[in-house]
Design a protein around this ligand. Structure first.
Ligand SMILES: *Cc1c(COP(=O)(O)O)cnc(C)c1O
Length: 361
């Protein structure tokens, strides 16, 4: 006899995060997890330090200060914001609350892997919809919906492809879904988007009672290690999340750091300006070297080497220079590598490494 988990658990392949070490290489440049090139905002570092002396106190389970700060920054009602231990936690709570055995979860073929991993845990059948030009196909998504579908996930911009759907397409997706289907708009990279017509999701959350937007402090705010995410949702979904989340699901240091990060003057502007500049420079340089780069609205690039063997060789060549990027086999894109936009120096290293790789193998 032995203990046995629910059968759906054994269908789950553990998430493999970005690597951070190369044996025998001292100086590592980690560009595998889209962490942001500047570290956490200085005010956030100070806030974390200050919280250390208060570590014996339980955090505010109602997360009042951080919800109010988020609400003020993004013009949203704090009563309709829930924070999570990273947005991953909120995605998981939503899937476990609305999905489960006998239900289906619809996502695009190269959508963010956590939807599939957590969906399988919950017991959902996962339906992956083929993409067009590495972009979510709204017609395909709608056609894939069946009577058992309860959850549809869209990362916009999407990780790892970097592609984005225009607001009109996101609206068409929502309008084509029944009202017993929760549409989760994962906007982890929202702050990086510079298109004027982009809405991170709040509009649809307000106009339909069945849409949720998730956001994170892990990318533009450089706080992945603190685990802080949030969602903006209709009141009934807020009610559900309040029932299922742990009472102290976000720690005190993370919340204090989040408040300070939001107050950091010019942080988003500086980060976006750097990202837009270097995303363009790396794209142009690699394209000039004859390497295909997919257009990206995020803080990363999906670089396409044509074959899995070539991508592996490029990965090895970069590793020799201490550059760690993300292999994409798990996303069904073995011919590609995903490379985070780092500092100017790190981006230059990527350009040099891949240019040399193309010339000399
Ligand atoms: C990074 C990422 C997340 C997870 O963010 P956390 O808040 O760190 O859990 C969610 N969705 C997408 C698309 C991401 O790239």
């Amino acid at each position: 006899m032995t203990v046995v988990p629910r059968p759906s658990i054994l269908a789950v392949e553990p998430y493999v995060g970005g690597e951070s070490k190369i044996p025998g290489v001292n100086r590592i440049v980690k560009l595998s997890s889209n962490e942001g090139p500047f570290g956490p905002p200085p005010g956030a570092i100070e806030a974390i330090r200050a919280m250390a002396a208060e570590a014996h106190r339980y955090p505010d389970g109602g997360a009042k200060a951080i919800r109010e700060a988020i609400g003020a920054r993004f013009g949203l009602d704090p009563a309709r914001i829930v924070v999570g231990n990273g947005s991953d936690e909120l995605l998981a709570l939503l899937i476990l609350a609305y999905g489960g055995e006998g239900t289906e979860l619809v996502m695009s073929a190269h959508g963010f892997l956590m939807y599939e991993i957590t969906g399988l845990w919950a017991g959902c059948r996962i339906i992956k919809v083929p993409e067009k030009n590495l972009t979510t196909d709204v017609d395909g998504m709608l056609a894939a919906v069946g009577p058992r579908t309860r959850l549809v996930f869209l990362a916009n911009p999407n990780n790892p492809t970097g592609s984005i759907l225009p607001q009109s397409e996101v609206e068409r997706l929502r309008l084509g879904l029944r009202d017993d289907i929760l549409l989760v708009l994962d906007s982890a990279y929202a702050e990086y988007v510079t298109r004027p017509d982009y809405d991170a999701g709040a509009k649809l959350v307000d106009s339909s009672s069945t849409t949720v937007m998730t956001r994170t402090f892990s990318k533009i705010f450089g706080m992945g290690g603190m685990r802080l995410g949030w969602c903006y949702a209709p009141a009934p979904v807020i009610d559900v999340l309040s029932r299922v989340r742990g009472p102290f699901n976000v720690n005190a240091a993370a919340m204090a750091a989040g408040v300070a990060a939001l107050a950091e003057k010019g942080w988003i502007e500086k980060s976006v300006a750097h990202n837009t500049e270097w995303r363009g420079k790396v794209t142009d340089a690699l394209t000039a070297a004859g390497i295909k780069v997919w257009p990206s609205e995020g803080n990363f690039l999906l670089v396409d080497f044509g074959t899995g063997a070539k991508a592996k060789a490029a990965d090895d060549a970069m590793k020799q220079r201490g550059l760690i990027v993300r292999a994409m086999g798990g996303y069904g894109l073995p011919q590609c590598l995903r490379i985070t936009i780092g500092t100017a120096e790190e981006c230059t290293m990527v350009i040099e490494a891949l240019t040399a790789f193309v010339r000399h193998g």
